[in-house]
Write a protein that binds this ligand. Structure first.
Ligand code: WTA
Length: 685
C-alpha cells in the first residue's frame, strides 16, 4: 500500500449537522447539504436521521435479532440452527470463517420467483427488456419468468448438472442472462457469469479455474452499431482451455436472431446445442433443490492488485437477506416502482441489483441490451419515459459521458416518473453529482451513492434517501449492520474527522466467504493487512459530521469506467508481447472514465519504438483481457525508475503520467535517477 489521496475539496467544511439531527433548520446552500423534500421523507421507509440511528444501533447491538427478523420474511424449508452468525475475523485467532444462518435450508430462486407468485404477484411484470434497437422489446411476468427458469433448470438437470457444479455464463444483457442465473440457483449449481466484454483468453482462464460442466452463451449480440460474435470468442476460449486439460461438454447457445443467423455461426456437433431447440421442450415447473444457507451460490472473478483474477465466492442465505434488504432501503423501494440498473450482469452490480436484490422484493426490473448513447445520448431518458422508470441506478462514468452532450438530450424527455437516482462503481465527483441531481432528477430525486464491492455482496456505505441530507460526492453513512473503520498505516483505528484506509469491523450477511480454491489468498489479501479487520483496498475520509468520502483505491487496482482492473494483469498482457521487455501500468485521471490506463513499456534491446508497435501492444491487451482494459496511453520507457533492490517506484510513474512533475518527490533512492529525466523527455513521443 503506497500512497493515497486525501480529503476531496469541499469535505470537512460543513458544520452544524448535529443541529439538523436535532431538527433545527439550516440553509442548505451554506452547508453544502441537499435535503430530501418533506414529501419524499414523509413517505420513506426511513424518514429521519433518528430513525436511521435507532435501526443502525439495533443492528449493531443485536445482529442476530435484527437480521433474524428480516430473514424470517423469506421462505426457509428449515430454519437455521442456534446461531444467526458465527465468525472468526481475526487471523491471529485461527482461519477466517464467516457463517450466517448456518443450518437454514432455503433456495434463493424460490424466494425470488415462487414466493412472489404465491403471494399474488404472478401477473406483475418481472422484467421489461429493451433491445439495442428502439422498437425491439419484450416483457415477462413473474409467472412467465418462473416458467422459463424452470424449463432451463430442467434441461440443466437432464444433461447432468448437479448441485455444486459450476456453470459458466457468457451472455449479453438478454433476459436469458438473469434466467440462466436463476435456473442455476434453482438446482443448486454455482454460476460464474463472465462479462461478455472479456476476451477469449480471459474467459479461458476462468473456465480453467472453475471447470464448469456447461457453458451458456449466444451466437452474437449488437451493441450500438457493432455486432460482436460471442460464440466465436467462446469457441476460442474452449480451445485454449481444452489444451490445458479442461474440456467443457456442452455449449448451450442462444440463437440471437436480431444479431446474426444460425448459418453464420460456427458449430461443433456433439458439443454445441441451440437453446431454442432443447429448452422449450422441458416442463415449465421444476422441483427446487433445497440448499444450506452456506452452500455456494455463485463465483464471480474480480481483479486484485497482483496475479490472476480471484474467484469471489458468495453463499446463499446471507447474500439473499443482505441484497434484498440493501435494495429495499437504499432505494426506498415501493411495490409500484419500476427499477432500472444500467449495470451488466457480468459484474457484481448486475448480480445483486439487477437480478437477486430486486427480484427478492418482487420488483419490476428493466434489462437493457444496448448502450446509453445509441442511437443518441437521449436513449436513457427515452427508456425512462417509455417504462415510467422511478428508480434509476447507474455509474458516474455514464453521467460524465452524457454530461458532455447538449442538455437538450435530457430535457427533451419528461423524466417525471423518476423518484430516486443511484450511483455506483467509483467516487462520483460533485460536478457530476450536481448535473445528475439538478438536470436528470429535476432537483427532486435523492441520489443514493452506494459504496460497495464484489466482495461485500451488497451496499456497505450508502444514503437512505429519505433519512439524511446528502452531500454531493459523499456516500454518507454505513448501512445497517455495517461498522466501517478508518485505520492508519499501522492499523490503528482513527476516530472523528480523519482520513486513512477503509476497513470493516465484524461481518455482515452479504460478505464473501472465500476466494475459490485459495482461502490463503483470501486471508492474505483482505484480513492480514490490518489484523482484526476486513480491508477494502480503498482510501476514505470522514468529515466532522461523520459523512464518509471514498477517495479511490490505495492498491494497484484501477477503476476504469467503474470496471475494476489490476495493473498487474495489464502489465502481464503487455509483457507477453515479444518485443516488450517490461511494463509498468498506472491509473491517471480521465474526464469520462474516472481513471484511464497509462502504460510505460520497455522494449527488447535493439527494437525501435514505432506507431505500429504501440498499436500492437494495445491489441495484445485487448486480446488478453478485453477492449475495456486497453491502455489510453503508451509511454516508451528506455528504463523504469527502480529502487536498488529492483522495485519499480510507481509513485514516480504516477506523477510523470499525470504530468505533476514538480511533485516527483525524492528520487535519490533510485538505482539510476537519470531515468526520470529520460522518461520526462519521452513523455510526448
Ligand atoms: C469502487 C462495484 C466510491 C471502490 C460495486 C471499490 C466506489 C471498487 C463506489 C469495487 C462508490 C464502488 N464510491 N468508490 N459509490 N462504488 N467503488 O468490485 O474503489 O467492481 O473498491 O464493485 O469500486 O469495485 P467492484
Amino acid at each position: 500500500v503506497e500512497s493515497m489521496s486525501l480529503l476531496p475539496s469541499g469535505a470537512g467544511k460543513i458544520s452544524q449537522l448535529n443541529a439538523v439531527v436535532l431538527g433545527e433548520s439550516i440553509a442548505s446552500e451554506e452547508n453544502d447539504l441537499v435535503f430530501p423534500s418533506k414529501e419524499f421523507s414523509s413517505q420513506a421507509l426511513v424518514s429521519s436521521p433518528q430513525q436511521y440511528m435507532e435501526m443502525h444501533k439495533r443492528s449493531m447491538e443485536d445482529p442476530a435479532g435484527f437480521w433474524g427478523d428480516i430473514a424470517s420474511e423469506f421462505y426457509w424449508k428449515q430454519k437455521w440452527g442456534d446461531q444467526v452468525v458465527s465468525e472468526n475475523l481475526d487471523v491471529r485467532k485461527g482461519p477466517i470463517q464467516i457463517e450466517w444462518f448456518k443450518g437454514g435450508i432455503t433456495n434463493i430462486c424460490y424466494n425470488c420467483l415462487d414466493r412472489n407468485v404465491e403471494a399474488g404477484l404472478g401477473d406483475k411484470t418481472a422484467m421489461y427488456w429493451e433491445g439495442n434497437e428502439r422498437d425491439v422489446d419484450a416483457s415477462l411476468t413473474y409467472s412467465e419468468l418462473l416458467q422459463q427458469v424452470c424449463q432451463l433448470a430442467n434441461y440443466l438437470k437432464d444433461v447432468g448438472v448437479k448441485k455444486g457444479d459450476a456453470v459458466v455464463i457468457y451472455l449479453p444483457m438478454l433476459v436469458e442472462l438473469p434466467i440462466a442465473m436463476l435456473a442455476c440457483a434453482r438446482i443448486g449449481a454455482v454460476h460464474s457469469v463472465v462479462f461478455a466484454g472479456f476476451s477469449a483468453d480471459s474467459l479461458a482462464q476462468r473456465i480453467i479455474d472453475c471447470k464448469p460442466k456447461l457453458i451458456l452463451t449466444c451466437n452474437a449480440v449488437k451493441r450500438g452499431p457493432k455486432t460482436i460474435n460471442l460464440k466465436a470468442i467462446v469457441d476460442a476460449a474452449l480451445d485454449i482451455s481444452s489444451k490445458d486439460g479442461v474440456s467443457v461438454d456442452i455449449c448451450l447457445t442462444y440463437d440471437n436472431s436480431s444479431a446474426t443467423t444460425r448459418e453464420d455461426t460456427k458449430w461443433q456437433n456433439g458439443r454445441d446445442v441451440w437453446w431454442q431447440d432443447v429448452v422449450p421442450k422441458y416442463p415449465t415447473s421444476c422441483e427446487v433443490e433445497w440448499v444450506d444457507a452456506e452452500d455456494p451460490l455463485f463465483l464471480l472473478y474480480t481483479s486484485g492488485s497482483t496475479g490472476k483474477p480471484k474467484g469471489v465466492l458468495h453463499t446463499t442465505g446471507g447474500y439473499m437477506v443482505y441484497t434484498a434488504t440493501t435494495f429495499k432501503y437504499a432505494f426506498d423501494y415501493k411495490p409500484t416502482d419500476v427499477y432500472w440498473c444500467t449495470a451488466d450482469c457480468g459484474w457484481i452490480t448486475g448480480h445483486s441489483y439487477v437480478t437477486y436484490g430486486p427480484m427478492l422484493n418482487g420488483a419490476t426490473v428493466v434489462v437493457f441490451e444496448g448502450t446509453p448513447n445509441y442511437p443518441d445520448s437521449g436513449r436513457c431518458w427515452e427508456i425512462v419515459d417509455k417504462y415510467k422508470i422511478s428508480i434509476f441506478y447507474t455509474a458516474p462514468t455514464l453521467v460524465r459521458s452524457l454530461m458532455r452532450d447538449d442538455d437538450k438530450f435530457v430535457t427533451n424527455h419528461s423524466r417525471k416518473s423518476l423518484r430516486v437516482l443511484g450511483s455506483v462503481g467509483e467516487p462520483i465527483n460533485p460536478s457530476a453529482w450536481r448535473w445528475f441531481f439538478n438536470l436528470v432528477g429535476d432537483s427532486r430525486c435523492p441520489i443514493s451513492d452506494t459504496w460497495w464491492q464484489t466482495e461485500t455482496g451488497g451496499f456497505m456505505i450508502t444514503p437512505l434517501p429519505g433519512a439524511w441530507p446528502q452531500k454531493p460526492g459523499s456516500a454518507t453513512f454505513p448501512f445497517f449492520g455495517v461498522q466501517p473503520v478508518i485505520v492508519d498505516e499501522k492499523g490503528n483505528e482513527i476516530e472523528g474527522e480523519c482520513s486513512g484506509y477503509l476497513c470493516v469491523k465484524g461481518s455482515w450477511p452479504g460478505a464473501f466467504r472465500t476466494l475459490f480454491g485459495d482461502h490463503e489468498r483470501y486471508e492474505t489479501t483482505y484480513f492480514k493487512p490490518f489484523a482484526g479487520y476486513y480491508f477494502s483496498g480503498d482510501g476514505c475520509s470522514r468529515d466532522k459530521d461523520g459523512y464518509y468520502w471514498l477517495t479511490g483505491r490505495v492498491d494497484d487496482v484501477i477503476n476504469v469506467s467503474g470496471h475494476r482492473i489490476g495493473t498487474a494483469e495489464v502489465e502481464s498482457a503487455l509483457a507477453s508481447h515479444p518485443q516488450c521487455a517490461e511494463a509498468a501500468v498506472v491509473g491517471v485521471e480521465h474526464e469520462v472514465k474516472g481513471q484511464g490506463i497509462y502504460a510505460f513499456v520497455t522494449l527488447v534491446e535493439g527494437v525501435p519504438y514505432s506507431e505500429e508497435l504501440r498499436k500492437s501492444l494495445i491489441i495484445m491487451v485487448r486480446n488478453q483481457i478485453g477492449a475495456f482494459a486497453a491502455p489510453d496511453r503508451v509511454h516508451w520507457a528506455p528504463g523504469l525508475p527502480k529502487t536498488r533492490s529492483g522495485k519499480i517506484m510507481r509513485r514516480i510513474l504516477r506523477k510523470i503520467a499525470s504530468r505533476q512533475l514538480e511533485e516527483l518527490g525524492d528520487i535519490s533512492t533510485l538505482a539510476d535517477p537519470s531515468v526520470v529525466d529520460q522518461l520526462i523527455a519521452l513523455a510526448d513521443v
